[in-house]
Structures are given as C-alpha cells and as structure tokens.
Design a protein around this ligand. Structure first.
Ligand code: 3EB
Length: 339
C-alpha cells in the first residue's frame, strides 16, 4: 500500500470533495496543470483544450454575454484521470466524474442509443466503485424534432428510463438532471457519482417528473428535482434544471421574465424542502453557482438584470444558449450548493 502524506487524510476528512468555481479562459493552462482539478468546462470553441485530457470538456452550448468563462470543479486532493474507451473520467476518494460524447445518429433510434449509453455509464460507475449516480447533464441536438412519430426528447426520456429502472430501487434514488437541446451535432452526457448514495429531494410545487402524465413522454422523465449529498463533514445540494413548471404544467408561455419569477419560486420551495435535511442553505442567494439556459439570446440582457436583482452577485453564474425540452419554455436554471 502506498503511504499517503498525513495532510491528505486531513484534507480527505475535512474538505469538500467538490468545489465549483468560475475562471477566465486565459487561466486554462495553469488549471490543467493543477492535479486537484476534477474537470473544466468551456462553452464555446475558443479555448483550445487538449483532447488528451479527460478533464477538459467542451460543451456545445454557446455562452451568452462576454464569454470566455470556464467552469471548474476542484477536488481537495490530487485526482486520478483517464479514458476507458469512449468515457473520459476523473475521480478522488469520494466521487467520480465521467463524460461521454457521441456523434449524432440523427435518423437512428435515440431511445435505443440512450438506453445503451446509460447502461454503459451505470456499468462503468459500478465497476469503478462509484455506483450511486448523483447528477447527470444531457446535451443533445434536435431536442424538439420528430423522428419515427416521436419527439426526440421523449425518445431520449424512454431510453434513460429503461436503463435507470433496470437497477433495483432506483425510483427512490433518481439522479438530479439537466436535459437541454444543443446546436452542435454531438451528444454530450456527463455525470457525477459517489461511493455512497445521496437523498432524492422533490419540490412540493411540482409534480415529481417521474409521475408526469404521459403527454410528456410515454415513459416518464427519470430524474429527481434535486439530489442532497452528505459527504460527512460537508453537505451538497445538486439542483436539476428548473423551469417555469407548476404541478406538471408550463406557466407563462413565452413570457421569459414571468418564467424567471416562477423558477425563483420553484427554487425557494425546493430549498425549503431540502432544509429538512442537514443543509445550512437559507435561500437561492446562498447557492454556490447557477447555470442559466436561454432559448433566445435576445433574452440575455433582461434575464441577467432581473436575476441579479433577485439573487445578488455572490452566486457564480454562466448564461448559455440552449433549447429547453418544452417548446413554450424559454428559460431553465440549474444550480449547486456546496458547503
Ligand atoms: C421539467 O421540469 C422541465 O429530462 O432530464 C428539467 C430538468 C426538465 C431535467 C430531464 C427535464 C429534465 O420537466 C424539463
């Protein structure tokens, strides 16, 4: 057994296993040289990332505003990283980050492709000793397009459902998720999983997505509204993509600022519910970071301004252009709270 420096044990037991921060794009070289970097995401084609580094992820959603933002995930200790076939990964003692990219098979069967992808990532996470899926981001092209008589989002949902529900008891441990349509031709799926399970958190203002009526897909969207994770000395909350949905219905069709208001109410109600667990979060202004997905770039300025009024400037944020899975929804926000 290799002997670990003793300060590592202190870091392992006292520090947060994951910390999210935003940096400017010109910092990329020094970030990649940092052995505690779990992953870095960039949102447009500008920074040139080494395709050899599994921690460096280009997300096919254009960044709105100034651009040049890097989302960085840090571990308190050095990470191990590598590739296994099409999965890039990195991990520390408590969590595993994994990422798969697929060339789009536009005419193919998205349900079947998604089923296989999710099976593969679950198998991979199990094999590596991190069987508990906490959080998944799904970005794929043509989200509203009809193929074989079905919207692609619904086909995606059905494939994910079949793969996740193969695992016994997963209905009580659905990961938090984001599913957004991108313009780039590739599908990108990345995830966070853990050695020990998290706790699924639902939102009293919303019907659990897993219980949606069939109009949102013959097989339900298999995700929870948030995942609470107690890491020992630190607690995290991973919040799913949150839209202007109350009950199961979309509210304020096509009115982006009213949708923003409804999303903030959804956040408050979810956070209130999560506080029943051991979580020191008071309101949405305490979140560590949010990602804002906008269907129309023209909505960036008003949304940026009203969001800043509502949550202040201490929450890190990035604005991305992407298609929310229901055509009437113009805006979706996901977030993370890391102690
Ligand atoms: C909703 O509340 C909006 O299918 O993974 C939000 C977050 C939405 C995740 C997913 C879908 C997903 O139903 C859409």
């Amino acid at each position: 057994m290799p002997v670990r420096p003793s300060h590592y044990q202190d870091l392992e037991s006292f520090s947060s296993p994951l910390r999210v921060a935003y940096r400017r794009a010109d910092r990329l070289p020094e970030l990649l040289a940092d052995e505690t970097l779990l992953a870095v995401f960039y949102f447009d084609a500008s920074p040139s990332c080494s395709a050899q580094d599994p921690r460096c992820i280009s997300v096919g959603l254009p960044e709105l505003g100034e651009g040049g933002c890097l989302e960085c995930w840090f571990s308190p200790v050095r990470v191990d990283a590598g590739f296994e076939e099409d999965i890039g990964f990195s991990f520390n003692h408590q969590l595993l980050f994994g990422c798969l990219r697929q060339a789009n098979d536009d005419e193919g069967n998205l349900e079947q492709t998604t089923f296989r992808t999710y099976r593969r990532l679950l198998q991979f996470a199990r094999d590596r000793g991190f069987p508990h899926l906490l959080r998944v981001w799904n970005y794929f092209p043509g989200i509203h397009e009809m193929r074989h008589g079905q919207e692609r989002y619904h086909a995606f949902s059905a494939g994910r459902y079949r793969a996740l529900l193969e695992a016994p008891g997963l209905e009580q441990r659905l990961p938090a998720a984001t599913a957004i349509g991108c313009q780039s031709p590739d599908t990108l799926i990345y995830f966070l999983s853990a050695t020990e399970p998290g706790v699924q958190v639902e939102n009293p203002r919303q019907v659990s997505a897993f219980r949606y009526p069939p109009e949102y897909g013959v097989k339900s969207p298999a995700f929870s509204r948030a995942m609470y994770k107690d890491w020992g000395t630190r607690q995290h909350l991973y919040i799913s993509g949150t839209a202007s949905v109350v009950g199961h219905e979309s509210r304020h069709e096509h009115d982006v600022l009213r949708q923003l208001d409804e999303i903030l109410s959804n956040f408050e109600s979810l956070i209130l519910n999560a506080r029943r667990l051991r979580l020191a979060i008071g309101s949405v202004s305490d979140l560590s970071a949010v990602k804002v997905y906008l269907r129309n770039p023209a909505d960036y300025e008003p949304v940026r301004r009203v969001l800043a009024q509502a949550i202040g400037d201490s929450v890190a944020r990035v604005f991305l252009q992407g298609a929310i899975c229901r055509p009437e929804l113009k805006l979706e926000i996901d977030g993370v709270y890391c102690e």
